[in-house]
Design a protein around this ligand. Structure first.
Ligand code: SF4
Length: 348
């Protein structure tokens, strides 16, 4: 905890000083379970006045140890769908490949707390080779998703080699990279990284901005560098209590992303992972936020609200259906303002 004050001296005697020191025992438990780490850059975005959206995402909280008993470390069954170490094959057409379990910042809501932040849990060279062999020998796989931790905590050389090998597999149509570095350490989006992914284009990059305050000038410049590589850039965010669980924050976030040339892709319901219950928002709240946004922000700025079903059931939309009843020639729809729309001949 003292490192925080060393990294940002103006925290001393600020309004949040006492609040941070009040988390001393949560910091101790984080050292044993899910580590605390933050970059000077991300810390510079945090308010000196209140425990706002940046602090909530990074500060250890005693609530992490106060989950209901049924919460699991791996509710999405990623480990039990792991044919070779470091590779989850849950949907027939795609695999998740964990290239590293390190991140620039450890997010307290992380859905892989069971292994992220443990340095010894990252796949080694043999595991990477086994993963590539598995993908090569399973022709039903169309997409490889580089995930983690943060795959960009690997060197450009390792990333380039992995992407290159994937690109040479004839049945793969897509390589996707999930990274939070543009949010937490935009300095990682270097010219040499951008040159590498430009040369290996097309790849899809999926960023993870959760709040508009994360779209600083520095982050926007990093996104600008990524856009110049010509690759598709999407964003996924997680609906987090006290961080972004209202329509106005979601509106600002998604408009700012679109303005930066990033398509808001998914808004995730927070998974039922042990240690994150205090971040979870009611489904009804999420559906109502979607309703408030629909028709009031441009279509490309609308993310799809999804939930990953426990037990490895896969991802499905959490949708307030606008299709009410019937079928052609008599379907009934509700529009974004809640008005019912009947077939033309049946208008009441
Ligand atoms: S960057 Fe991603 S993997 Fe790393 S701690 Fe945050 S949510 Fe978890």
């Amino acid at each position: 905890m003292e490192d925080l004050f060393a990294l940002r001296p103006e925290l001393q005697n600020s309004p949040v000083d006492r609040l941070i020191r009040g988390r001393a025992s949560a910091f101790e438990s984080a050292a044993l379970n899910f580590r605390f780490a933050v970059t000077p850059y991300y810390l510079s975005l945090a308010s000196l006045e209140t425990i706002g959206p940046i602090w909530k995402q990074i500060l250890p909280d005693e609530k992490e140890a106060a989950d209901p008993l049924f919460q699991q470390p791996d509710p999405l069954a990623e480990e039990s769908h792991m044919p070779v170490p470091g590779l989850t094959h849950r949907y027939p057409d795609r695999v998740l490949w964990y290239l590293s379990h390190n991140c620039a910042v450890y997010c307290r809501f992380c859905m892989r707390k069971r292994k992220v932040s443990r340095e010894d849990s990252a796949p080694n060279v043999e595991a990477r080779k086994a993963a590539l062999d598995y993908i090569r020998s399973h022709t039903e796989i169309q997409e490889a998703i580089l995930s983690g931790g943060d795959p960009l905590s690997q060197s450009d050389a390792v990333l380039a080699s992995c992407i290159q090998e994937l690109k040479e597999i004839p049945h793969l149509v897509s390589v996707r990279i999930h990274t939070r570095m543009p949010v937490t350490c935009p300095q990682r989006i270097t010219d040499s990284f951008c040159q590498m992914i430009q040369e290996l284009s097309p790849v899809t990059l999926v960023t993870h901005f959760n709040h508009p305050v994360e779209l600083s000038d520095t982050a926007l410049e990093a996104l600008g560098r990524l856009r110049k590589t010509g690759n598709l850039i999407l964003n996924q965010s997680v609906l987090l209590a006290g961080v972004n669980d209202n329509a106005e924050t979601q509106r600002s976030l998604n408009l700012a992303l679109l303005k930066a040339g990033v398509k808001p892709y998914y808004l995730h319901q927070c998974d039922e992972v042990k240690g994150v219950s205090h971040f979870r928002v009611n489904l009804e709240t999420g559906v109502n936020i979607q309703k408030e946004l629909r028709g009031r922000i441009p279509g490309p700025a609308m993310p799809l609200y999804v939930i990953d079903l426990p037990g490895g059931g896969g991802k499905v939309p959490v949708d307030s259906s606008y299709f009410v009843d019937g079928d052609y020639p008599d379907p009934v729809f509700e529009n974004f303002q809640g008005d019912l729309f009947f077939p033309l001949g049946d208008q009441p």
